[in-house]
Design a protein around this ligand. Structure first.
Ligand SMILES: NC(=O)c1ccc[n+]([C@@H]2O[C@H](COP(=O)([O-])OP(=O)(O)OC[C@H]3O[C@@H](n4cnc5c(N)ncnc54)[C@H](OP(=O)(O)O)[C@@H]3O)[C@@H](O)[C@H]2O)c1
Length: 389
């Protein structure tokens, strides 16, 4: 280990202006005696990045555009090359990958190759290339600690993975849990973005409304914990208090609980293996929670779940096609180009038309990702009328 408890842990945050990134900085601000910020990266929100520079004094930053508007940092990098440079900097003890979408994959691989530990929020990295990323991390002696609350919960529950029989991933059910399919078909962007429990970035919030997010999490869990798909179960738990659980071979079930706050898993992942006092608005109380409900997911109303299991079991570039098509369809929904249910129909169509490459190289993964996105955009924007099921 490159640091000890007295030394500050040197950290960079990819996506510091996003939902996870800003909450991570709130955690770090409270634990300022434990962390030193090396680099921050943003996409286009330069105003917020400038505020973060003034407060945290990173040595370098990276933006996807408008570098000339960045104030207060001597080293301003841009684009994927900039992200690569930040992730090659061995000054980092840990990098929090909190960018959204496929942009997270390459910098994560660069950081791993440079022996830098990863706190991983960006689930697309493992969905697209888990079979490459996880062995690479092992080879380089790098730890990947998940930020996603479900996987973070499982990480906290597991002592010996060989004794675990099943992973149980909880799902809040999103804004349409108690609505009809008809309600979903007519849902506005605002209704789909109104998640009852979590305030997150737009892409993941829409995926949570369709339960695609849970499907991506199943694939993420398969790679993180090397667990076969028939041993990963999803259960709907609207209160989002039980963040996930594991069942040991002897029938014992261990769950991780907590109030729904991303500060907790973010802090766990960046501080791991240490634990420090956290940001708690109130202490956990079973009597105040009063009840915890669980139910099976409705696979007909939320067909993305089965599609994700199918893609995961197929393996290779099947999950790349699923992820790329969904991401483009979600963007189109957010722009008002298609309806909510069309996201599934379009993704399924793209997914079914893809002939998966098994054991793909990274180059093949990027090529499939590019091709599927182009085809998806062609399908969406080449039509005058929206699809509907
Ligand atoms: N939010 C959650 O509670 C949560 C929970 C579990 C897992 N996750 C995962 O964590 C990741 C981030 O989610 P989020 O909700 O924090 O997303 P978000 O709020 O949309 O933030 C995304 C971040 O990535 C940056 N970014 C986007 N596109 C970029 C590009 N092309 N180049 C460089 N930077 C880019 C954004 O920059 P600008 O804003 O400056 O453009 C922003 O800093 C996702 O993979 C998500 O699935 C999130």
């Amino acid at each position: 280990m490159k640091y000890n408890k007295i030394m500050k842990k040197r950290i960079s945050i990819l996506g510091s202006t996003g939902s996870i990134g800003t909450q991570a900085l709130e955690v770090i601000e409270r634990l300022s005696d434990k962390f030193e910020i090396i680099s921050l990266t943003a996409g286009r929100n330069i105003d917020l990045l400038n505020e973060q520079i003034a407060k945290f004094h990173p040595k370098s930053v990276c933006v996807s555009a408008d570098a000339d508007k960045v104030i207060g940092c001597n080293k301003v990098l841009t684009g994927t090359e900039g992200l690569d440079e930040i992730c090659s900097n061995k000054e980092n003890d840990i990098i929090l990958v909190a960018v959204s979408g496929r942009i997270g994959l390459e910098p994560t691989i660069t950081a791993i190759k440079n022996g830098i530990n990863i706190a991983l929020a960006n689930k697309e990295t493992l969905v697209m290339a888990g079979d490459i990323v996880m062995p690479l991390a092992k080879e380089n002696g790098v730890s990947i600690v998940p930020v996603d609350s479900e996987h973070c919960a499982i990480h906290q529950c597991i002592k010996d993975i060989s004794q675990v029989d099943k992973l149980i991933i909880t799902a809040s059910g999103g804004p349409f849990l108690n609505k009809t399919v008809e309600d979903m078909k007519n849902a506005t962007v605002e209704q789909a973005l109104a998640h009852p429990r979590w305030h997150m970035g737009k892409k993941i919030t829409i995926d949570s409304a369709t339960l695609m997010n849970k499907g991506l999490e199943v694939i993420e869990a398969h790679h993180l914990f090397n667990m076969p798909y028939d041993k990963i179960e999803v259960v709907v738990h609207p209160q989002s208090v039980v963040h996930s659980a594991i069942e040991y071979v002897d029938g014992s079930v261990i769950a991780q609980l907590g109030l729904p706050s991303m500060h907790i898993p973010i802090q766990y992942a960046i501080c791991y293996p240490e634990r420090y006092e956290g940001i708690k608005s109130k202490s956990f109380s079973f009597s105040q929670i009063a009840r915890l409900d669980f139910q099976e997911p409705d696979f007909e109303k939320f067909p993305f779940l089965n599609l994700a299991y199918n893609a995961g079991r197929t393996g290779g570039t099947a999950t790349v096609a699923l992820n790329g098509a969904d991401e483009e369809a979600v963007f189109a929904f957010l722009k008002g180009k298609i309806k909510l249910y069309d996201i599934y129909e379009i993704t399924e169509k793209m997914y079914s038309s893809h002939k998966p490459i098994l054991n793909p190289t990274l180059e093949e993964i990027f090529a499939v990702d590019k091709e599927i996105r182009e085809k998806t955009k062609e399908l969406i924007y080449g039509r005058v009328e929206c699809l509907s099921i």
